[in-house]
Design a protein. Structure first.
Length: 304
């Protein structure tokens, strides 16, 4: 019998597979398709202080082996998430929950993280300093080591629960940003968010997305994400949640070999709502074929 469990900080996950923020709503929507309790954990849609309608449409575009999104953090606001969405999820799911927090100022991050920290339904707080689809805040905080460190320090001061800083790949030196988060009290690092990208409609000669640019994700970005997980594993001693293009059990193993303790699955959920349970079901036979009895032994095992 293969042991697929992993530990994120002190939190036990029955397997390392987690649906990624923004691709799984608030979780309960997917209970129509399958029992959510098969998942390692659930990561909620990015949440801000006030409700947001997000960007103008079109805000989704296709790309070879991937997709672009410019959703722009559509969400009902932190109060509604904690008082309505989370209790609805908890009726259907008893495993670990990761709240994903976004903001447009340090004060907004602090306000939302403090609220999430006080919720009995939240186990881990993932702080998104990497959204490429909003005009201010978002990715700009994750693009500078100084700002990333400042946000980390500020949310650390108001949170007792584990904090994972979610990083953008749209930087020159991802290791420097991760080190700034570690130095300022982060418990873990999540990466990667989407890669800044665009498409143009060749008939009307206009950008496809109303926002002009969006974030590329899906299998096309997997090797980039893997390289960044590898670099961050070398740079810090924190646990890593790896993501970016994961679509099959083999990708999970590769991410873990690069240094991830757990793995999030994003765009694949939009292509196939059963992506996560299918990946989870595929792990034990794959591990048996690879002669691995405990999945946790893969974490960082490709490093020399
Ligand atoms: C439609 C869509 C919405 C997203 N919304 C969020 C969000 O609210 N917060 C966040 O941190 N990341 C968000 N992301 C980024 C994903 O969580 C993930 O980091 C990224 O898509 C890479 O994983 P993937 O290639 O498996 O999609 C979103 C991605 C997509 C495709």
């Amino acid at each position: 019998m293969v042991d697929t469990s992993v530990k994120l900080c002190d939190i036990q996950l029955k397997n390392p597979v987690i649906p990624a923020s923004g691709t799984f709503g608030f979780g309960h929507e997917f209970a129509h398709w399958y029992d959510l309790n098969v998942l390692g954990a659930i990561c909620l849609k990015g949440t801000t202080k006030d409700p947001r309608f997000g960007n103008e449409t079109p805000r989704i575009a296709e790309a070879p082996a991937g997709m672009l999104n410019a959703v722009g953090l559509q969400n009902p606001g932190i109060e509604a998430v904690l008082e309505t969405e989370l209790p609805a999820l908890r009726k259907l799911y008893s495993g670990p929950v990761i709240a994903n927090i976004s903001g447009f100022s340090k004060e907004e991050y602090v306000f939302c993280c403090e609220k999430a920290d006080q919720s009995p339904h939240v186990d881990i707080i993932e702080v998104n300093i990497s959204c490429p689809n909003v005009q201010s805040g978002g990715m700009s905080f994750g693009a500078s080591a100084k700002d990333a460190g400042e946000i980390t320090k500020a949310v650390r001061a108001v949170c007792k629960k584990p904090i994972f800083m979610k990083l953008t790949p749209n930087v020159t030196d991802i290791a420097e940003i991760a080190r700034a988060c570690e130095a300022n009290g982060a418990d873990g690092i999540s990466l990667i968010n989407t890669l800044l990208a665009m498409r143009i409609d060749i008939k009307n000669r206009k950008p496809v997305l109303a926002n002009t640019t969006g974030g590329l994700s899906g299998p096309a970005v997997f090797p980039v994400a893997l390289r960044m997980v590898w670099q961050v594993y070398k740079a810090v001693k924190l646990p890593i949640i790896g993501m970016g293009g994961v679509s099959c059990p083999e990708d999970v193993v590769e991410m873990m070999l690069a240094g991830a303790t757990a793995v999030q699955v994003g765009a694949s959920n939009l292509q196939n709502p059963f992506a996560c349970p299918e990946i989870i079901d595929g792990l034990p036979p794959l591990l048996e074929r690879l002669g691995v009895s405990r999945i946790a032994e893969l974490i960082g095992a490709a490093h020399y």
